[in-house]
Design a protein around this ligand. Structure first.
Ligand SMILES: NC(=O)c1ccc[n+]([C@@H]2O[C@H](COP(=O)([O-])OP(=O)(O)OC[C@H]3O[C@@H](n4cnc5c(N)ncnc54)[C@H](O)[C@@H]3O)[C@@H](O)[C@H]2O)c1
Ligand SMILES: N[C@@H](CCO)C(=O)O
Ligand code: NA
Length: 433
């Protein structure tokens, strides 16, 4: 092999870093055959040197900043994590030196993607982040390249393996939330701080990145509203199944004309997904992304969204592109050509909903609930109230037809004020309509 090796420095040797080192070693010959170059690890940094990884002879640093500054490499792989701090420092430092960067860090890209892409443009470096969204699913490449001929109007998906694992395991086994979360952590799916997963923040980071690629706009986490799965109960999961739905944490971004200009609506929320829709059957740590493009129509991509090996697959895919010189602007367009888009006003949309109430079983309560819905022109589709338990609290579950979001929220506020309604109503969107 005559070409020079691609010299790689890796910062972070945890779940994803470990998987990446294993892949580089295990597939060394295959990668060399595909790229015409050796992909050579020349430096590694982590807080501690992990046992059992094939790192013999690779200089090891406990100070990732020192490695980034001093080592002789072509590409820095950043797998430490966190939007700011050490991860951002080393990525900036590498790009300033004109070194390429590959990262799985969606928090950093969601918060600083524009700045980092601009820095890369200035110094002639490239930044790859395929591993940051959808783990091993090549969704960044699909949006940036494969679908580039379309006006994409919608991108939605199951983007967090931890939440999807929790929700589908609770559904299948009836196990408790905390117990299943602990298992997701043990399997290496969860973020260092798992509240990022369960409060939807990780999904919001990923959705911001997808929306930027889909709609050609600067990545902005501020454009995303976010609700996680903390309040999804085993009771809701059971009712969802009974009504023909699965509850999934979704990220949904759409582009539509509002008052004569194209505006985006980017939201993360647990949704009732009808069993006939492809996302309903995506379970465990799997992710899936659905896009709507004007010429191509719908595309669906599915695969493992978290874990050491799937994520390493995406990290190394970016390395292969660099080794082969298949490079371009990080978000598909030079940063100055990304077009900022206004955000659609909240409450302006329409949706269908699932509502669960806990009500004291007293005469007249149902009439009061129905009146609140009628007055806001919200039309009921299905209602479940089983058994009688006079003067005790019982669930009442409804689905309603598509309606204005603002009207739905007013109706729910009024229902919440009914004396016999014992807990705040639980409202879950039905998606897609
Ligand atoms: N785990 C997954 O399935 C997954 C999937 C996709 C993306 N990601 C992202 O990949 C990144 C890494 O995640 P992970 O799960 O591998 O994390 P991890 O906690 O398993 O590993 C983090 C590594 O960074 C090192 N590190 C931490 N602070 C450091 C410091 N100050 N200096 C040097 N090294 C330091 C640790 O020693 C460890 O080796 C994160 O951005 C995460 O969001 C993770
Ligand atoms: N914590 C993330 C890792 C993959 O980005 C998840 O559960 O999806
Ligand atoms: Na990916």
């Amino acid at each position: 092999m005559s070409s020079s090796p691609l010299k790689i420095a890796i910062a972070g040797l945890g779940t994803v870093g470990g998987g990446t080192v294993e892949l580089l070693a295990g597939h060394a010959d295959l990668l060399a055959a595909r790229t015409g170059r050796r992909l050579e690890l020349v430096a590694a940094a982590a807080l501690e040197r992990p046992a059992g990884l094939p790192l013999d002879g690779v200089p090891f640093y406990t100070d990732a900043r020192e490695m980034t500054r001093d080592a002789d490499y072509d590409v820095l792989i950043e797998l430490i994590g966190g939007a700011n701090g050490i991860a951002l420092d080393v990525v900036r430092a590498a790009l300033e030196r004109g070194k390429h960067v590959v990262t799985a860090n969606k928090a950093m890209i969601a918060h600083h993607g524009v700045e980092l892409a601009r820095l890369a443009e200035l110094t002639g470096a490239n930044i790859g982040f395929e591993a940051s969204v959808g783990g091993g699913i090549p969704v960044i490449k699909a949006l940036r390249e494969g679908l580039a001929a379309n006006r994409v109007t919608k991108v939605m998906g199951i983007l967090n393996g931890t939440c999807n694992f929790i929700l589908s395991t609770m559904q299948e086994t009836g196990r408790e939330f905390a117990d299943v979360l602990a298992e997701a952590q043990a399997l290496g799916y969860a973020e260092a701080d798992p509240t990022f997963d369960i409060d939807g923040i990780d999904t919001a980071h990923k959705l911001a990145i997808l929306a930027s690629l889909a709609f050609g706009m600067p990545v902005s986490i501020d454009a995303v509203t976010c609700e996680g799965i903390r309040h999804v109960s085993a009771l809701d999961i059971r009712y969802a199944a009974e009504l023909g739905y699965r509850i999934k944490l979704l990220g949904v971004a759409s582009l539509s004309e509002i008052n004569g200009e194209l505006a985006t609506d980017c939201r993360v929320y647990p949704a009732m997904v009808p069993l006939g829709f492809p996302l309903a059957h995506v379970d465990g740590p799997f992710n899936a992304v659905v896009t709507e493009g004007d010429f191509v129509g719908r595309t669906v991509l599915e695969g493992r969204g978290a874990g050491a090996h799937p994520t390493a697959s995406a990290v190394v895919a970016d390395l292969i592109d660099l080794a082969c010189g298949r490079v371009g602007p990080a978000f598909g367009l030079p940063v100055d050509r990304l077009e900022p888009r206004p955000t659609a006003p909240r409450g302006a949309g329409r949706a269908a909903w699932y509502i669960r109430l806990m009500v004291r079983d007293e005469p007249g309560v149902f009439a009061d609930i129905a009146a609140a819905l009628r007055d806001e022109k919200v039309s009921m589709e299905q209602v479940i109230q089983r058994g009688r338990a006079p003067n005790q609290t019982v669930p009442v579950v409804m689905t309603v037809h598509e309606t204005d979001e603002a009207a739905m929220l007013r109706a729910v506020a009024r229902i919440n004020g009914i004396a016999s309604v014992a807990e705040p109503p639980r409202l879950i969107r039905i998606e897609p309509l």
